[in-house]
Design a protein around this ligand. Sequence first.
Ligand SMILES: C[S@@+](CC[C@H](N)C(=O)[O-])C[C@H]1O[C@@H](n2cnc3c(N)ncnc32)[C@H](O)[C@@H]1O
Length: 236
Amino acid sequence: MRTKGCAAPIRCSSLHVYFVSPRAGQSEGGSVGSRQFCQRRVGCGAAVQLEGIGYGRIHWGNEEDILTDNNSYYRFLAGAAALTGARSALEIGTHWGGSARAIARGMKDGGKIVTIDVSSESDAVLPSCPERKMIQKIVGDANSLEVIEQVQSAISNVDMLYIDAEHSAMPSLVNLSVYLTLLHPKMVLLDDIALNESMARFWQIVRRAYPDRSINCAQVEPDIRPDGAAFGLIFP
Ligand SMILES: C[S@@+](CC[C@H](N)C(=O)[O-])C[C@H]1O[C@@H](n2cnc3c(N)ncnc32)[C@H](O)[C@@H]1O
């Protein structure tokens, strides 16, 4: 209902074609085909209505300031959901719920997003937002047994896994390993892969594991993360 002008959803099985297409013109982790995929997602995200979605209290500069506008990568997330016809997602790192709401807007009605955060800051937004029926919040450490069990009760296999939580290598690697094993996501999105040295090491490890199935999308479409923090994509 909320997406306008997107092409028919691409089934994830056919998305794999992008990663086995001819390697000419390859950049880091990206064939010509995977570049087109990123560009299409941005284009598709541009057609999703994101009015009313803000990032909330910022994590940079004066951390008391509130960003009422959506962040640059929200369009990309919405486009990823819309273009692939995703119906289920796990997000690690809710904050105020802006990214979960953007994914929900890219999904069709009836989609489900489970989102985890150690903080309850999203309580001021999520219970009353228009997408609330699609979003389930879990409070706690995503890498704790208690939360892992709650996630398993809430959702089984997912179309999308989006990780945007503790921006260092080991917690991110544990996030990825645990939820890849348990939820078999069709695609994985990794925020802030160039934010610091530890995240850069994390991304290198991912690249070695998925050399033909991972890409830094911001290298293809810098508008996804104009601040240089980059944005990883894996088709596991
Ligand atoms: C950058 S913010 C997420 C922003 C949000 N995804 C968005 O784009 O609107 C990172 C969040 O991860 C949460 N976080 C950090 N470590 C975590 C952990 N171990 N488990 C769950 N959440 C965690 C923080 O509390 C913070 O709210």
